[in-house]
Design a protein around this ligand. Structure first.
Ligand code: SAM
Length: 290
């Protein structure tokens, strides 16, 4: 069965009485070379187990199952479960679970697979890319790689250099957890139905030992969020909006102590400087300086 063939996909959908569900971001891949490329690049051969989010009708799942020892696939759409039982019936190493990834207890589900190494590989639903990525990063689970197909615009943001125009809060947050590289771009014509945007595959290699060690992780994330939420404002103004417990004068002093100009914008800071600044903010809050 060729799961990349548009006629086959449409036939399967029709036999099971299904429609492509926009609310679940269902754009299925139709180019076998792209699917194989994603599966080949999932984890540099480091992990025995792959977590797939959103298997759809099982196109990528089957290719992952050919290459890796175990595949755990979480699919939100209950109506696709009988389809997946049919399309993946030859792959005994695939476990399909009907669950919303945002609600799933990933640690409980994946703990048995940690020892052999685990990575994530998925063609993500675009309506919820960032929340899924944040959940994966914040989970603290020992993923080796997260390889995801996402909207090209988001991919550019994830892979942007600090201080560049494409840089956003997510760029800095991601750089705290690992390094991202854009592997390749896939045009809309490689999906059914075609999405309105182009897509790119991004591979994130997660640090085993993070190089950045803020004194207080929450304050670090608050600093990044505040700096980018008001990205047109200067850093003292942007941070004032995010840290009402400190005065603008105090924040300005802390910024100057980091060797920065008071009129700098947050988007210009690299991750190490964000950590340095967040540590000073954390100290000032602890010391109850206003
Ligand atoms: N992997 C298939 C492919 O590449 O052809 C389908 C990818 S399609 C872009 C996204 C898939 O994610 C759909 O099957 C959709 O039902 C599923 N999905 C959407 N939201 C989800 C969620 N919150 N949790 C798990 N799966 C989800």
């Amino acid at each position: 069965m060729n799961l990349c063939d548009i006629q086959t996909i449409k036939q399967i959908m029709s036999v099971y009485g299904l429609k492509f569900r926009k609310e679940f971001g269902q754009n299925f891949l139709t180019n076998r070379m792209v699917v194989e490329d994603i599966a080949d690049n999932a984890c540099d051969g480091r992990s025995k187990t792959i977590l797939e989010i959103g298997p759809g009708i099982g196109t990528l799942t089957a290719q992952l199952a050919e290459r890796y020892e175990n595949v755990v696939a979480l699919e939100i759409d209950k109506s696709l479960i009988p389809v997946l039982s049919y399309t993946l019936e030859d792959y005994k190493n695939v476990r399909v679970i009907n669950e919303d990834v945002m609600k799933a207890d990933l640690r409980a589900l994946l703990e048995p697979y940690f020892e052999g190494g685990i990575s994530v590989c998925a063609n993500l639903p675009y309506y919820i890319t960032t929340p899924i990525l944040m959940k994966l990063l914040e989970s603290g689970l020992p993923f080796d790689y997260i390889t995801i197909m996402i909207q090209s615009e988001v991919a550019d943001r994830l892979c942007a250099k600090a201080g560049s125009r494409d840089c956003g809060a997510i760029t800095t947050v991601l750089s705290y957890y690992g390094t991202a590289e854009k592997l390749f771009t896939v045009s809309a014509g490689n999906f059914v139905p075609p999405p309105k945007v182009n897509s790119s595959v991004v591979r994130i290699k997660l640090y085993k030992d993070k190089p950045y060690k803020p004194k207080n992780e929450d304050i670090f994330f608050r600093t990044v969020k505040a700096a980018f939420e008001q990205r047109r404002k200067t850093l003292p103004n942007a941070l004032s909006a995010g840290f009402s417990e400190l005065s603008k004068d105090t924040l300005t002093t802390l910024i100057l102590e980091c060797g920065l100009n008071a009129d700098i914008r947050g988007e210009k800071l690299d991750t190490a400087t964000f950590v340095q600044l967040a540590d000073k903010i954390a100290d000032a809050i602890t010391a109850n300086i206003q």
